[in-house]
Write a protein of this length. Structure first.
Lengths: 194, 379
């Protein structure tokens, strides 16, 4: 089944909760309303003929200009060898969506990663903790407006360019050297040959 | 991390909480496991990752498309060629570039050589982890020779930076082809030697057979991929089923776990799938060297490519499972979003649910058989 047919089936089942398939610039996707995404996932996984048993990827994209965080679901079916990309658009100020762990267990860590790096809350998630960064890290680094703090528990994560310091040391050394060994006076200009 | 986990534990009975790692010799890279044990039996092992997090996805948003290629090497230092290839394919699809045939063949050869080095480390360290120290030396001996070949091809032994957007960086050096063929002859016999040494060893088979079984349904549900998925009996290989690059031109078999030492999906199956895969890689390389076409090494690509706005995903079969790059372009010189989905990260997710009831020593076998590598989980 190709993407268009899968999309049609999904639209028949969920009605206007499923947006149109995007213009196939390269890879196309369909936007699903955030409160129906779990239904869409369960439908795609459970319906005979679709059986998207493989949650291939779950990630997010931050769009500050539209004030939206997209959560992207890459689904694939081993028995039928077809796939589809679904997206939900969440409010950037308070991104909340239902967890997909009830449909695929593999969503657990993927959602933890999105929570960690984008700050999206997955309601119903069994273990929503940061996965890569420390628990007391402030902010969500993959957001576009993330500002790195100067340090973490006294460990600096920014430093001066080492070349600046080296160059300064070098200048001091050269000045001291010149003071101790003044350069010989420049030779008198050679007389022009007649 | 530890504070939160401690709060979740039931502290009433005689359970013990052990920090397994981050510097334990059996963990592959800097990984930590919080192991909750009752005597020698684990109640649960909770993986704690992130020690090698280098924000590679954020860096991707800061550099231009060609400039990210050396960073991809750092995603997986044991199989850097695949990270190169996946990224190159993603950008090529974004730019709609056709890669010359010769470059595709060189990609296939370099990747398969890299698959052999990666699997050699995997099976060698696995033997060491569960107590057989000698085999690692045998594996590393073979790998060193292969590293020499890769060094001759691209100038580096681990971080290759060999693939380019639109092709590869260098052609085969003179005489390299014969050296590779000679090496493959050697490899085929050393795989037999390996089988005699380890794979058919009764102690080894009993140690791994039936341990940490991941059923077929579980493997799919948790999103495992690559040798871990095939070890659980799922006949799936992206090289064959969603072909990319030069792979449609080659004939090879996909080894699938069938309970060689006990149950389908145990540690031994995941281990032996890798051994068999090395032989198949050798077969692919021979075919590629034989059929190698002439032609250009790279397609014509601008130095500052500016793909149109859109998004793309490339999927390749890495040594550690499916490596998928998801690239979003907003029409500028830099990726708007770059995401790498790696096999090890997904494999880590299953450990907490598989671990209850295992012996502590079996956790080591489980980690080794899943072939997780810290930089790939943390990125």
């Amino acid at each position: 089944m190709n993407t268009i047919e899968i999309h049609q089936k999904l639209q028949e089942a969920l009605g206007d909760a499923v947006g149109p398939l995007s213009e196939p610039k390269i890879d196309s996707f369909a936007v699903v309303k955030a409160d129906r995404i779990l239904e869409a996932c369960a439908f795609l996984r459970g319906t005979p003929g679709l059986e998207m048993d493989f949650l291939q990827d779950l990630t997010a994209v931050d769009w500050p200009k539209r004030s939206v965080i997209e959560v992207v679901y890459h689904l694939y079916s081993f028995p039928h060898r077809h796939g589809i990309v679904l997206k939900v658009e969440l409010d950037r100020a308070n991104p909340v969506v239902a967890t997909a762990t009830t449909v695929w267990k593999g969503a657990n860590w993927l959602e933890r990663e999105v929570y960690d790096l984008f700050g999206v809350t997955f309601t119903g998630h069994p273990d929503l903790r940061r996965v890569m960064l420390p628990d007391d890290w402030v902010g969500h680094p993959l957001r576009k407006d993330y500002q790195e703090e100067g340090g973490f528990h006294g460990i600096p994560n920014l430093r001066e360019n080492p070349l600046v310091e080296l160059r300064r040391l070098d200048l001091v050394r050269i000045a001291e050297h010149l003071k101790a060994n003044p350069p010989p006076p420049p030779p008198p200009p050679a007389e022009p040959k007649a | 991390m530890s504070k939160l986990v401690l709060r979740r534990l039931d502290r009433n009975n005689e359970e013990m909480l052990i920090n397994f790692g981050p510097q334990h010799p059996s963990t592959h890279g800097v990984l930590n496991f919080l192991v909750e044990t009752d005597g020698e039996v684990m109640r649960r092992a909770i993986p704690d990752i992130g020690y090698l997090h280098r924000s590679l996805e954020k860096i991707g948003e800061m550099v231009q498309y060609p400039g990210y290629m050396p960073y991809t090497d750092r995603i997986d230092y044991l199989a850097a060629m695949f990270a190169n290839e996946g990224y190159a394919i993603a950008v090529e699809r974004l730019l709609k570039i056709e890669v010359p045939k010769r470059a595709q063949y060189l990609r296939a050869i370099s990747c398969e050589l890299n698959r052999i080095t990666s699997h050699l480390v995997s099976i060698g360290t696995m033997a060491t982890d569960i107590g057989a120290v000698t085999p690692l030396v045998y594996a590393l001996r073979e790998r060193e020779l292969l590293n020499d070949l890769l060094e001759a091809l691209c100038g580096a032994r681990l971080t290759y930076n060999y693939h380019r957007i639109g092709g590869v960086a260098f052609d085969m050096p003179e005489g390299w082809r014969d050296k590779v063929l000679a090496y493959l002859d050697r490899l085929d016999s050393s795989i037999q030697e390996w089988d005699r040494l380890i794979s058919t060893n009764e102690i080894y088979r009993k140690r791994l057979g039936g341990v940490a079984v991941i059923s077929r349904a579980q493997a799919i549900d948790y999103g495992l991929s690559g040798p871990n998925l095939r070890g659980s009996g799922v006949d799936w290989d992206l090289r064959r089923d969603v072909p990319y690059g030069a792979y449609p031109d080659f004939s090879f078999e996909v080894p699938v776990g069938c309970g060689w030492a006990g149950v389908v999906g145990d540690c031994y199956d995941r281990y032996y799938v890798r051994v068999l895969e090395m032989a198949q890689s050798s077969r692919i390389i021979r075919q590629a060297l034989e059929k190698m076409p002439d032609g250009e090494l790279t397609a014509k690509v601008s130095r500052k490519p500016k793909p149109e706005a859109g998004e793309v995903q490339s999927r390749i079969e890495s040594a550690r499972g499916e490596l998928a790059y998801y690239l979003v372009s907003d029409g500028t010189e830099r990726p708007y979003r770059l995401r790498a989905r790696t096999g090890s990260f997904m494999a880590m997710g299953i450990i907490e649910d598989i671990s209850p009831g295992l012996m502590v020593a079996d956790l080591v076998a489980l980690i080794a058989s899943l072939d997780v590598v810290a930089p790939e989980t943390d990125r």
